[in-house]
Design a binder for this molecule. Structure first.
Ligand SMILES: *Cc1c(COP(=O)(O)O)cnc(C)c1O
Length: 387
């Protein structure tokens, strides 16, 4: 080990791109105006925000006026779910989500359950895929909204969003998609997907933390969560976090520009990992879909070896990764997502998530596999360096 720490936890967050920081910097000092001011200090900042909005829209194929900046992916998901639920007619009180949604969608729905909404969770198969036919079976004129994520943050599985959008459309049910983990790693556009409202978050795409965007299709009826000024056309009142918005716009611009290159790099790393694991750690079983998955995510179960042991040992060797979502994973708690895929509690507790970033290298993958297989053979009782 060369003393440098290795990180394979880029689904939790990413470091800020140097160009993003550079774009943000003037907005802390020289360009300090309030974008709502009509004088020149305000106007120059307003124009920076509108440029950021255009870049954010371009990443997902939306119109700039369909983009609303919010303070996090979590807030965006809450605004989408609660905003749609509260705007829906009284006769529609059923909400449909998948069993493997992020905690920000799941918990928002649980809070709506307390005020009388009925929550239906679509099951997933062993790969974590939702079947559009299971949606067709439960959707009805009583359905207020549908929310299914594009890519799962723990196992990387991609969902058949456009097939589900067609079904939702037939019943005039607004369709929300959490695309936070997919953005920058899978090319998509809101129109191709056919969804009505979609969330992306800046800190997952090499932008600053604490800023995100909600795409809201023109004409969609959405109630705001907060009330106050007319910022973000009343959808997110309160003075804007200007440097963060500027940073998110830059991150989206860079992400779109380099997407094909980035995807190729991530795929190459993932293929290398899969190949090496197959040879050096044949006991490892891959969780998630064998083909329809994010290029940077691999979730593996190493039967019989608890994930907190693996994480502690890797940490001692300078390697950081996690057992699952940063928002809900804690040691000793089996993943809700893996259980929904039919994994036993024991296997879920023996699973780890490896998620790469743009700066990971082939050598780092080789180091990870080597250290992992040494830890596993040590745990299985064969004494070596790491015991
Ligand atoms: C990270 C993440 C979120 C939460 O976004 P924040 O900006 O961290 O609040 C929601 N959904 C998915 C799929 C995520 O990966």
């Amino acid at each position: 080990m060369n003393g440098r720490r290795l990180c394979f936890d880029f689904n939790a967050t990413t470091p800020i791109h140097a160009d993003v920081l550079e774009a943000m910097t003037p907005y802390f000092c020289e360009m300090w105006g309030n974008p709502s001011s009509s004088h020149v200090f305000g106007r120059e900042v307003r124009s920076g925000i509108e440029t950021a909005r255009a870049h954010t829209a371009a990443l997902i194929g939306a119109l700039p006026e369909e983009i609303f900046f919010v303070h996090s992916g979590t807030e965006g998901n809450n605004l989408a779910i609660k905003g749609l639920a509260h705007a829906s007619p009284k006769s529609r009180n059923q909400i449909i989500i998948s069993k493997i949604e992020h905690s920000s969608v799941y918990a928002a729905c649980m809070s709506l359950k307390k005020v009388g909404f009925e929550i239906h969770e679509l099951p997933v198969d062993k790969f974590g895929s939702v079947s559009p036919s299971s949606l067709a079976e439960v959707i009805s004129p009583r359905t207020a909204l549908l929310s299914v994520m594009l890519a799962n943050n723990e196992i990387g599985t991609l969902q058949p969003i456009s097939a589900m959008a067609e079904i939702a459309n037939r019943y005039h049910v607004p369709f929300h998609c959490d695309a936070i983990q997919a953005a920058g790693k899978v090319p998509f556009s809101v129109n191709e997907l056919g969804i009505d409202i979609l969330t992306i978050s800046s800190h997952k795409i090499y932008g600053p933390k604490g800023i995100a965007a909600l795409y809201v299709r023109n004409g969609l009826n959405l109630s705001p969560l907060h009330h106050g000024g007319s910022q973000e056309r009343g959808m997110q009142p309160g003075t804007e976090n200007v440097p963060a918005i500027i940073g998110m716009g830059k991150a989206c611009e860079i992400s779109l520009c380099h997407m094909n290159y980035n995807i190729r790099h991530l795929k190459k790393l993932r293929n290398r990992l899969e190949r090496k694991l197959f040879i050096e750690l044949p006991a490892a079983e891959i969780n998630g879909h064998p083909r329809e998955h994010l290029p940077n995510t691999m979730n593996i179960c190493i039967p019989g070896i608890p994930n907190d042991t693996i994480m502690t040992r890797l940490d001692q060797q300078g390697i950081s990764l996690s057992t699952g979502s940063a928002c809900s994973s804690s040691p000793g708690v089996p993943s809700r997502i893996l259980q929904a895929c039919g994994r036993s509690i024991i296997d879920a507790l023996c699973s780890i998530r490896i998620s790469f970033g743009l700066h990971n290298t082939d050598e780092e993958i080789d180091t990870l596999v080597r250290v992992l297989s040494e830890i596993v053979s040590c745990e299985q009782g064969e004494k070596n360096l790491y015991c």
